[in-house]
Write a protein that binds this ligand. Structure first.
Ligand SMILES: [Zn+2]
Length: 443
């Protein structure tokens, strides 16, 4: 018995990157179809093109969802976020190391309770979809049950996400530390349970060099060798005080990055958040090992950590894949539109100027490449999974006023990055199914 394929189509202004606009001309890098049609069959994009030429490929029974005023874009990719920190977002400012002690650790202790973890995971994924984010690379907490809660919720929503249990065997409260052996065993059990389960993938997740012993970092590397299709996810060179601390904890290493390098934790599949203060040599090493970076502008400015420099990244000897991260809860918004706007401002403060397509790329295909999932998501192209965000350029009076005056798609995207937020997401589709639809309350 054969079943009829489930087919739907979305009509609107299709915008998507197929290449990196830093490296290619806009004509080559960007798909821009004013009246476009995306045809989806069993969750996979079967056709994309101008409505007038693609409409003949669908029969009259196919449901067409028409968004005449909206942009159809790939679902956003958040390259670095802590799902467990949603409850502590916007806690009043200190710097990184105080922040961890004062807010992060007491907050994460609550995740030993799996019912609490489940309630936060539900809120977190609701918030992602409300912001048009369909893929994330996320930290959970040291408790394996908090990681189960994360994957259970993602699995229920059929989302392409990556997450992992935090490894942390020192310099944290005893209630939050594992050991080299228990961290390895718990991570391995989670990999066997979740990695490759539907659209889910696992990331081996040492929090950062100060909270893992050399033994734990080496154990994480051994686990990666056993499961080489997993990712490795950590932080690097976020704050000057942190860098000094790493220097005192690892006096025999050449610097912060060398701690991970020496442990065998750099390479394709490793994503390091921040990298604000990486040196020229360290960036060359990141490039040479095909390690990726996640740029988290709202977090870096909120904690006063410093300014990530694309000029320095672009000057590396080889290309470095960079994604954009919200870093909730030190970051201050779930919205990748808001985060694109803040990335623009950080670039402006570092003598660099990013255009709208470069920003948009970071939040979509660039993030998907950094996370190693670009063969599945990150652009609206035939054969990819149909994760789509519907963006409304008239979602606020000011944005509508500005949008009435734009003269190009690039200007429209730029206005969305500067003025848009969660209100600008009219709908979010996950594997071709509508998972979120904005409703205005008339009361
Ligand atoms: Zn982080």
């Amino acid at each position: 018995m054969t079943s009829t394929p489930r087919r739907i189509a979305l009509r609107g202004h299709v915008v998507s990157c197929r290449l990196d606009p830093r490296l290619f001309s806009w004509d080559e890098a960007v798909i821009d179809i004013a009246d476009g049609l995306v045809v989806v069959e069993n969750g996979i994009i079967a056709a994309v093109g101008p409505y007038d030429s693609v409409r003949s490929s669908i029969d009259s029974a196919t449901h067409v969802e028409h968004y005449p005023e909206c942009l159809l874009a790939p679902g956003f990719v958040d390259s670095h976020v802590h799902y467990a920190q949603a409850p502590m977002v916007a806690s009043h400012g200190t710097t990184l190391l105080d922040w961890l002690t004062k807010y992060t650790f007491p907050n994460e202790e609550r995740f030993s309770d799996v019912s609490y973890a489940r309630s936060v995971a539900k809120f977190f994924f609701d918030e992602l979809l409300r912001n048009g984010t369909t893929s994330v690379l996320a930290f959970c907490t040291v408790f394996p049950q908090s990681t189960d809660a994360f994957f259970e919720e993602a699995s229920r929503r059929n989302m392409r996400v990556i997450g992992g249990k935090v490894l942390m065997d020192r310099n944290a409260p005893s209630s939050l530390t594992d050991t080299v052996q228990s961290g390895y065993d718990d991570s391995k059990a989670l990999i066997e349970r979740w990695h490759g389960n539907g659209r889910l993938r696992y990331a081996i997740t040492p929090r950062f060099a100060p909270t893992s012993s050399e033994g734990q970092l080496r154990s994480a590397s051994s686990l990666w060798q056993e499961f080489p299709t997993c990712l490795v996810h950590s932080h690097v060179s976020e704050n000057l005080e942190e860098i000094e601390w790493v220097r005192s904890l690892f006096p025999n290493r050449a610097g912060y990055l060398d701690v991970y390098d020496d442990a065998g934790l750099l390479g394709r599949g490793t994503v390091l958040a921040h990298g604000v203060h990486l040196t020229r040599d360290e960036l060359d090493r990141i490039a040479a090992t095909s390690t990726s970076l996640a740029h988290c502008p709202t977090s870096n400015t909120f904690l006063g950590s410093g300014l990530f420099s694309f000029n320095k990244v672009n000057a590396a000897r080889e290309h470095i894949d960079v994604g954009l991260g919200t870093d909730i809860g030190a970051g201050t918004s779930f919205s990748l539109l808001t985060t694109m706007g803040e990335a623009y401002k950080v670039a402006a403060l570092t003598a660099s100027s990013m255009n709208a397509y470069e920003l948009f790329y970071l939040a979509t295909l660039g993030g998907a490449r950094a996370l190693g999932v670009s063969s599945f998501v990150g652009s609206l192209e035939v054969g990819k999974e149909a994760d789509v965000v519907v963006l409304d350029p008239r979602s606020s009076p000011l944005l509508a006023y500005r949008s009435d005056r734009v003269t190009s798609t690039e200007e429209q995207l730029f206005a969305l990055a500067m003025l848009g937020d969660d209100r600008s997401v009219a709908a979010t589709y996950v594997a071709g199914e509508r998972a979120y639809e904005r409703r205005f309350d008339d009361d």
